[in-house]
Design a protein around this ligand. Sequence first.
Ligand code: BGC
Length: 772
Amino acid sequence: MKQYLKLDEWSIIEESFDPQNHEISESIFSIGNGYMGQRANFEEQYSGTSLQGSYMAGVYYPDKTRVGWWKNGYPEYFAKVLNSTNWIGINVTIDGAVLDLAECEVKDFVRELNMKEGYLSRRFTAVLKDGKEVAVEAIRFVSVKRHEIGAIRYTVTPLNFNGTITLNPYLDGDVQNKDSNYEEKFWLEVEKSAEPELYYLTVKTKKLDFHVTSVMSFDIFKNGSKLDIQPVVSEKEKYVAGEVSVEAHANEPITLFKYVANVTSRDHGLGDLVAAGKSLLTAAKQAGFDTLLSEQAAGWADKWRDSDIIIEGDVSAQQAIRFNIFQLNQTYSGEDDRLNIGPKGFTGEKYGGSTYWDTEAYCIPFYLSTADSHIARNLLIYRYKHLEKAKENAKKLGFTKGALYPMVTMNGEECHNEWEITFEEIHRNGAIAYAIYNYVNYTGDFAYLGQYGLEVLAEISRFWEQRVNFSKAKNKYVMLGVTGPNEYENNVNNNWYTNRIAVWTLEYTLEVLEYLKANESDRYQALIDKLDLQEEETKQWQHIIDNMYYPYDEERGVFLQQDGFLDKELIAVKDLPAGNLPINQNWSWDRILRSCFIKQADVLQGLYFLGNHYDLDTKKRNFDFYEPITVHESSLSPCVHSIIACELGYQEKAYEMYLRTARLDLDNYNNDTEDGCHTTSMAGTWMSIVQGFGGLRVVDGELVLRPFVPSHWDNFSFKVMFRDSRLKVNVTGDSIHVVNETDAPAAICVYDTSYTVDGHGEIKHQNASANL
Ligand code: BGC
């Protein structure tokens, strides 16, 4: 664990330069706007270790699959979000010597991610080999108001000499993905132009023909006055640049403003890319850096108005939750239903930027509560649009009907090529169905069911119908050969969670059919026809619901993770000798698979999703059994344990679990933040606070809160958007204060007392802790 960042409520701050931390910082200080993302690479040349990363959302490459032993049904490729044109680069030379922080003494280094206003800044003094000192200040952002625009202000001040400062801003498309399977470069040049006033470069992917055009323009100022110098332009393959040399006296700041528009063929016709980029760039440049920066602050103020969490009495927790909310908002803005959320967001290459069940299981609650409902809806539409591909996927695996959504995808096709995940981790289908329920339950948008929801539910139900089989021995339906969310057991029979979520899907699908029949009869009939849904099918679903087998231990009263679970030697994680954890780095896979240790919430994941189906005693028995044997080696795990611990009144345990994800990246807990941040698990941290400590649920259209303040905090408050209202919930040791910041009234229940919070009204509920 590395703790090198300064605590601050609104900023992430690094106060000295240590090359050892640089790649970690490149991940943590990433900036993004849902459309593009950029690791915190330096603008000037850096010859030390660095992971270059400029990403354009939805621009990916089908990198040919590489496996040792091919299995039928494996995907042909793994889709990777691409490292695209480096648009931030500015080479700097001082009297001919290259400014490179790996090659000079660095003093007074400060890097800051200003989360309140949405920009990255950096300042330092560099002492070059010849003793010349320069002060540098850089600030950059990708605009949340003009999502194709990025801007940089870069100032160099000679401190102890008069000399020539040369600035060379460029666009470089000759970039690579570090995780490329065959060390292949994925980009080809299409066209470029370098004119002193305007530079552009269009590159395209070798496959799929994604085009990205970057258009650049820059201005140079000395002592605050614009210089009228013609840049010397240069070009090489996939590269354009302009260079300006300025004579400066000591303490005379030279400032470069670099503006870039990055546009892609996802949004513009191939023939329009350059013109579109030029026009966006011209408008941005005319507005000017200061205006763009104040637009940025205003854009982020809106996001914070809807999603902020305030924790009093714990700066470290405050910084952490804001960082998590900030990264989630940087990753997905929800305006484009072709986009989704990769486990690392735009902060690294791992997981290929592709979509996992993480979105449905962990991220949707965050976006449901902190943004307008169309944002979460777009995440559902993304899957709706992939329904045909999910049906093809089921066919490919030998099913005659139904849909199996992929475990990892960019465009609806499966990308994962480990059999125990590709073919067996089918529980993901359940999460996709559950997200529909979650969305409709939260928003009250029942129209979604007839428009899109039922089709997805019915096809997933058809998959479950075929994936179970009737066991004569058990006289029940069983599901064989699966991997549950706990990836530390593969090819198990009757994983409780998978059986349960499958049956729940069937139940919900039948309920939705009933709802549509009663409320939207025309649409109901049209959908029955479209789906060619036969009565025998729905009867069969009911038969499965009534006759499903669930492994259960009568003695302990707990659901069993899978049929053979009790054959395992049960040892608590705390009793493992020191040095064994994490087991995925210290044990052979064979030993892991045979052990009782659980990677991430599995039975408890089911008790979390279907919380209203189980009483507290059941949850307690299962929690008490599973928590001691769970190693939480997926960052997605602790939040579920934290939320259930809150329900059970295990406040210290809940807090301990919350801490495991809260500062996961800021303190590099898992020693892997250099690969990118754990963006999807950041949504889990939000869940731990709002659904855990805040106890938020939606029951029968009413927002229910059962909050308490963890003993480590003085008090906390969070924002929730619910139906047409936005509520600020402030929780102190003895009261819960809910303020409605909008016109629409909201029905809420605090513990067991129902209230209506009028538009711009408020309520105060006393003695929260007495209710625990
Ligand atoms: C987890 C999966 C998750 C994936 C991406 C894995 O380690 O076990 O549940 O979908 O990471 O976050």
